[in-house]
Ligand binder design. Structure first.
Ligand SMILES: [Zn+2]
Length: 433
């Protein structure tokens, strides 16, 4: 359908208001408009209301199919991905995941093992239409010395196809070893990475968070936290992070993932936290599939009664930047997944009610995470921007979100890519023993 030529025009394409900033067109109640998209030399040269442009280039009528910008996945763990066959979660709980992953990491995560699984994940993400990925990297010693060089090499290999970013991942208690943490922050800075920790309600939490901010300020790093991934109402580290950001006068970007416990807390506490989060300019990413899998799992005799996700509607209403992302794929934290951001958006629509109205929720898988990741212009369709977009079969939200859209067309720099998903059998030799 997409011509293999330098310039052409996609006529009768359906684009969404939230992802086409400044576009003058008539949008329907679902936020869609029919447009003609002109592509030249890998870039979008113009977007105009359907039938209004007379550009001479070859025109292809896409029949009102939805065209979205390529996705941005701002929270993944591609260093853990696909270990499930050799290290499943024994009971589906968070502790089961933590212990199983720790044992697998210590025993099996050589540079070659990490690199091959990372590459597999990136090939999947690319085929599904993702153009940028942030991964966390387990950085508990000695893994940081193995995984960071692998990430740096992988970022080079994938440059031009996927913008790859990494954040270090350690439990907040690891910050107590000041010397080692300072060394880690330096390593992260050398790799132009992002400083990240998992916060727990330890007695010295405030002091440790302060140390994290101090190192980020020293090296000019952005921050990325895993916070409150629990149903425990006493888990309030999101608030502690917002407070620390305010009193440190932090000017970098801060992304906080999960924040599950917030949905279980009394309204007054929630309002206080959200005020601080908004004031501090924090962005929040919810991981709906992983949260649904791990949260509210008590034992196999009970039915989960809580969806596990955080309060994205209330956050967005206050101007807090919100995103959804993949999180784990086929590892003890989540048994499924393939870094398909359309699946994430479909699941988020159902779990988090991204509908009635859809409003600007599509930004949560594109423009919003792109801003958090400082990817200028990514996650939008605009004249002058790169021609990176996905042509779906669906012509409405109900058509788009009812099928897997396995036959979507992914266009990068104006050309349709080969959408070959890697074969699971490729990883078989890493799974034995
Ligand atoms: Zn995570």
């Amino acid at each position: 359908m997409i011509p293999d030529s330098a310039s052409y025009r996609l006529a009768n394409a359906r684009v969404h208001r939230s992802l086409t900033p400044g576009l003058a067109a008539i949008f329907d109640t679902d936020g869609f408009a029919l447009v003609d998209i002109a592509v030249a030399d890998g870039k979008i040269s113009s977007i105009a209301a359907h039938g209004k442009s007379n550009a001479g280039a070859e025109a292809i009528d896409v029949g009102g199919r939805i065209v979205l910008p390529c996705f941005v996945d701002c929270h993944t763990h591609i260093d853990k991905g696909h270990i499930w066959p050799r290290k499943p979660n024994p009971d589906g709980t968070f502790m089961g995941a933590l212990n199983a992953t720790g044992a697998d990491r210590a025993a099996r995560w050589s540079a070659q093992d990490v690199a091959r699984r990372m590459d597999f994940s990136l090939r999947s993400a690319y085929a599904h239409g993702t153009r940028a990925v942030r991964t966390h990297l387990d950085s508990v010693a000695p893994q940081e010395e193995i995984s960071w060089p692998v990430f740096e090499a992988m970022r080079e290999t994938w440059r031009g196809r996927i913008d790859l970013q990494a954040a270090c991942l350690i439990g907040i208690e690891g910050v107590r070893d000041r010397k080692w943490f300072e060394k880690l922050a330096k390593r992260v800075a050398a790799a132009k990475g992002v400083l990240g920790v998992v916060t727990y309600m330890v007695p010295d939490l405030e002091e440790l968070i302060d140390k994290v901010f101090a190192e980020a300020i020293k090296h000019g790093l952005d921050l990325d936290f895993h916070a409150d991934e629990t149903d425990d109402v006493a888990a309030i580290s999101l608030k502690k992070i917002a407070e620390a950001s305010l009193w440190n006068g932090f000017e970098g970007n801060i992304l906080v993932g999960h924040c599950c416990s917030l949905a279980r807390q009394p309204d007054l506490d929630v309002l206080d936290t959200l005020d601080k989060v908004a004031k501090a300019g924090l962005a929040v990413v919810s991981l709906p599939m992983c949260n649904l899998y791990l949260q509210d799992r008590r034992n196999n005799a009970t039915t989960p009664r809580w969806r596990g996700v955080t309060l994205l509607h209330e956050m967005k209403a206050r101007g807090i930047k919100v995103a959804v992302a993949s999180d784990n794929t086929r590892d003890p934290f989540y048994a499924y997944g393939d870094l398909d951001m359309l699946e994430v958006y479909r699941m988020a629509t159902r779990i988090l009610h991204f509908d009635h109205p859809v409003g600007d929720w599509p930004k949560a898988v594109a423009a919003a995470p792109a801003e958090v990741m400082r990817l200028d212009g990514a996650g939008t369709l605009a004249a002058g921007g790169s021609a990176d977009f996905i042509v779906f079969k669906g012509r409405s939200w109900t058509e788009l979100l009812s099928r897997p859209e396995s036959d979507r067309i992914v266009v990068r720099a104006g050309r349709a890519i080969e959408r070959q998903l890697p074969d699971y059998a490729e990883l078989d030799e890493l799974m034995v023993g």
